[in-house]
Design a protein around this ligand. Structure first.
Ligand code: GLN
Length: 197
């Protein structure tokens, strides 16, 4: 059994809890810094990364989140992906900034503010329906980053060691396989206690 938190400041929080709840994990909505202490993994939900960053700063979460990321697995979806990225196009600096990727915000353009697409995802035997809402994509990845899914040649899911990120919203479907992937990572990480990414 592992304990996994969902950052509860803004965004699709309940939906993530629901998707994770069926798993080999206790789920906690994290609203206070102290709640990070005994977690084995953390989910950063989709929402709006600028709003989330404002709340992160307001509640003093940035340093604790960076410290958490230095030790434990994190799964970021959509805005969560942006929070995890080391580089964000058009922005100086990053937020938590631990995944060796460059994110481009609202990257599918106005025409495609929101859409669904079946995606082959590495590690899943059947396509995953990606729900994209003002989604980012990953423009560039570092050499140790594993690309898990692309859509129209754009990277929309990736793993960098203990960090998993996707540009779409797996919590808005009934398909919990992406969450299971993350729980498996957390279980594996807890068992192996990998010191590095
Ligand atoms: N466009 C949003 C951002 O930049 C992300 C959208 C989402 O999480 N659905 O944070």
């Amino acid at each position: 059994m592992v304990k996994v938190g969902v950052l509860g400041l803004q965004g699709a929080i309940r939906e993530h809890v629901k998707a994770l709840e069926t798993k080999e994990a206790d789920i906690v909505i994290v609203k206070r810094i102290e709640q990070l202490e005994d977690l084995d993994g953390l989910v950063l939900p989709g929402g709006e990364s600028t709003t989330m960053r404002r709340l992160i700063d307001q509640y003093g979460f940035l340093e604790p989140l960076k410290a958490f990321a230095a030790e434990k697995p994190i799964f970021g979806t959509c805005a969560g992906l942006i929070l995890l990225s080391e580089r964000i196009e058009g922005l100086e600096g990053s937020h938590i900034g631990v995944m060796d990727v460059t994110a481009k915000r609202n990257a599918f353009g106005r025409q495609r503010e929101s859409f669904e697409a079946p995606l082959p995802v590495k590690g899943l035997d059947e396509d995953f329906i990606g729900v994209f809402i003002r989604a980012p994509y990953i423009e560039e990845v570092g050499e140790n980053v594993e690309v898990l899914a692309t859509f129209n040649d754009k990277i929309v899911a990736a793993r960098d060691g203990r960090f998993l990120a996707c540009a779409f919203h797996p919590e808005l479907t009934d398909d919990d396989r992406m969450h299971q992937l993350f729980i498996d990572m957390v279980l594996e990480f807890k068992k192996e206690g990998l010191a590095t990414k």
